[in-house]
Design a binder for this molecule. Structure first.
Ligand code: 5GP
Length: 188
């Protein structure tokens, strides 16, 4: 039996990772996180092979040359992120459902590729101002990168209509249960 694909996309700072981790921790759904590859440096506490496969620029380029990606994007200038074919294949063939945390363009592309085998969910911040506050209080990025992320978020919010479902992350607890409910419905 093959598993299904759940795509979660959102502008950075919308609480997407928190929502995904909460659902994975509950463990009620047979879900496995697809670990992406990136050439961005690890943040404090991030581990290779857990949060991402952290690759050098050259290693990332080699994976592109070998056609190893389902999709990849230059999400921020010079920073590449990609979904590895072997990662998705392994999880699906083992019969588990896959959860992908990818940027909006990647989300739209993966949905096109997998069609009815995939459900795409867009997590929307309550507002751009709120998003900036969240990024500032998270404290993981410099002021310059916060600006880049906010700019990018504005562009990304324009993609929401291309997703199967949209969930506004106004209250975190409600967003978690809404996303979980959508997943349960889809996996039935
Ligand atoms: P971060 O640097 O905050 O971990 O991730 C930045 C952005 O890259 C997020 O929007 C995240 O969803 C996206 N991202 C992570 N992995 C992938 C991937 O494999 N493909 C694409 N297209 N985007 C990804």
């Amino acid at each position: 039996m093959n598993g299904k694909i759940i795509i979660i996309s959102a502008p950075s700072g919308c609480g997407k990772s928190t929502i995904i981790n909460a659902i994975l921790e509950k463990g009620e759904l047979d879900l496995q996180f697809s670990i992406s590859a990136t050439n961005r440096p690890p943040r404090e506490g991030e581990k290779d092979g857990v949060n991402y496969y952290f690759l050098s620029d050259e290693e990332f380029r080699n994976e592109i040359d070998q056609d190893a990606f389902v999709e990849y994007e230059e999400v921020y200038p010079g920073r590449f992120y990609g979904t590895l074919k072997r990662e998705v294949r392994r999880i699906v063939e083992e019969g588990h459902n896959v959860i992908l945390d990818i940027d909006v363009k990647g989300g739209v592309n993966v949905k096109k590729l997998y069609g009815s085998e995939a459900m795409s969910i867009f997590i929307m911040p309550p507002s751009v101002g709120e998003l900036r506050n969240r990024l500032e209080s998270r404290g993981t990025e410099t002021a310059e990168w916060i600006e880049k992320r906010v700019e990018r978020a504005e562009l990304e919010m324009g993609y929401a209509s291309q997703f199967d479902r949209t969930v506004v992350n106004d209250s975190l607890a409600e967003a978690i249960s809404e996303v979980e409910m959508l997943m349960k419905e889809f996996m039935k």
